[in-house]
Design a protein around this ligand. Structure first.
Ligand code: AP5
Ligand code: MG
Length: 189
């Protein structure tokens, strides 16, 4: 199984690259952001609660998100070729929980791909997307907050996977195809 964590700051291209990786390697996509946005759209209890955090650029509490991912993994069908985790884990606690869960299921994460994009470019991409995305967090104030939260709460996840020897940094600048080419080369190694 190829179980990839696609990682990086808001706007680095996790969702965009996930689509290409899935097409090429036939993986199942788990995006906690998308799962939560679906809950918000459907106005479920979880969605209403999560939106309070998301619209302010904060992380949803670990307890809330860990159950989302456990439910999603347990629904996987047995002959699935692998998983791509997009936007999860975002805290060291989530990383520890993911590793425990995978171990319990007799699986393991293969690699964390860290997409590196400079801050100015991230803000630019998200502001452009904000014109049409309808996402409550794609405005300048919330984008800045998301970037701060990423720096303080999420970057330690990198060190966690470096210590497991499951880490690759990839330059996320350039065209979508160029970035994908770099990821593909790494995954083929
Ligand atoms: P989430 O949905 O995961 O959002 P994010 O991490 O802020 O990242 P984005 O989805 O905005 O960006 P992306 O990296 O996917 O880039 P994309 O491909 O879209 O999370 C949203 C919120 O949900 C969080 O803030 C949090 O509140 C909550 N949440 C989610 N998971 C959680 C968790 N595990 N724990 C706690 N809370 C959680 O690209 C961005 C734009 O750039 C697009 O318009 C795209 O077309 C464009 N683009 C992509 N690649 C390129 C390129 N190479 N060149 C030019 N433009 C490009
Ligand atoms: Mg995304």
């Amino acid at each position: 199984m190829l179980n990839i964590i696609i990682f990086g700051a808001p706007g680095c291209g996790k969702g965009t690259q996930s689509k290409l990786i899935i097409k090429k390697f036939g993986l199942k996509h788990f995006s906690t952001g998308e799962l939560l946005r679906k809950e918000i759209e459907e106005k479920t209890e979880l969605g209403v609660e999560a939106d309070k955090y998301i619209s302010k650029g904060n992380l949803v509490p670990d307890e809330m998100i860990i159950n989302v991912i456990i439910n999603a993994i347990q629904k996987l069908d047995a002959n699935c070729k692998g998983i791509i985790f997009d936007g999860y884990p975002r805290t060291v606690k989530q990383a520890e929980e993911l590793e425990k869960l995978m171990y319990k299921l007799g699986k393991s994460t293969t690699i964390l791909i860290d997409l590196k994009v400079p801050k100015r470019e991230l803000i630019n991409r998200l502001l452009i997307r904000g014109k049409t995305s309808g996402r409550s967090d794609d405005n300048l104030e919330t984008i800045k907050k998301r970037l701060d939260v990423y720096e303080t709460k999420t970057t330690p996840v990198n060190e966690f996977y470096q210590s497991l020897n499951k880490y690759a940094a990839i330059d996320g600048l350039g065209t979508v195809e160029e970035v994908f080419g770099r990821i593909e080369a790494k995954l083929n190694e």
